[in-house]
Design a protein around this ligand. Sequence first.
Ligand code: ZN
Ligand code: ZN
Length: 345
Amino acid sequence: MSALDHYRILGVSPRSSLEEVRRRYRVLAMQYHPDRNPDDPEAAAYFRQVVEAFEAIQSAKTRKRPAPQNYRRPRFTDREGLFEEFFGISRASSPLQRSVGANFRYDLEIPFAGAIRGMVAEIRVDRPLDCQHCRGTGLAAGSGYQPCPDCQGRGRRFGGPGLLRYGPLCSRCGGRGKIVSRACQHCCGAGCQPVTREYRFRIPPGTEDGARLRINGEGGEGFQNGPPGNLEIVIHVAPHDFFTRVGNDIHCRIPVSFAEAALGGTIRIPTLEGYQTFHLPQGTQTGWVFRFPGVGANGDPHQPPGDQVNEVVVTTPQNLSPEQRALLEELARLERDQFGEAGYE
Ligand SMILES: [Zn+2]
Ligand SMILES: [Zn+2]
């Protein structure tokens, strides 16, 4: 099946955006879902085609876009820039003083429902911790430091009276003024080794995209016995195919057939807790909104939870069977008899 066929099945232009394709797909998938068309093999076959076509278009369209590198895959960084981002200061500005460790950042993507209802997350983080063999000194057993030959132990590139006393940091010794004479073989003199830690924590209900959680003291180790930094977890909420979130409310569009809307009847509407039956009133119009109170997000325990806001979209029938066509023609004839030929006079 060609890519064009996929678009033809969904009835959308190949130039449509993924969002447009997705909107169309939702409408069709709801309309032809086997749950709503029991014992209708044609609907079931079409439903399968619709799903296949959408998945093919979706993967083709997302493949074309350059992937945002650190969004999908949780990534772990401890760069100076992040330290500045969190504290507004640079660790490099006063490296010789006792200072707090760097904050670590972990990007975590969670499902839409997990953000609404809350969830327990587990992550693994590689933290560089002080090497246990040399206690963070970087020294081989029985060896010591020696004065840095590049800065003669001053830690700065040049020293002197007045303004020049604080020259640029010595790059060889990192400002310490001393270097390791024989390196610890476990950490190669770096003084630290990556250690994988696992964290299990609760993501509270109603968490929003971009929210940050903090685990205190689980960042980088402090310098010169300074306190450790924190582990900051940045939450990314994955978009949902059917629901969108507006504050504490959950919005969705419910396609109903022309006949259902005109006659009214019982329909099933998906919620995050499963299907809920709903009595559609006779003469329902596109744009009518029905709320399921309290089914939305419950971010603040002192506030009532949000609602599910269901907006009705009446769909016009396509690909009529001869019998359906005959019935609609009969309906059109009755309307003409009632309102006259033009219908607008
Ligand atoms: Zn070591
Ligand atoms: Zn030096």
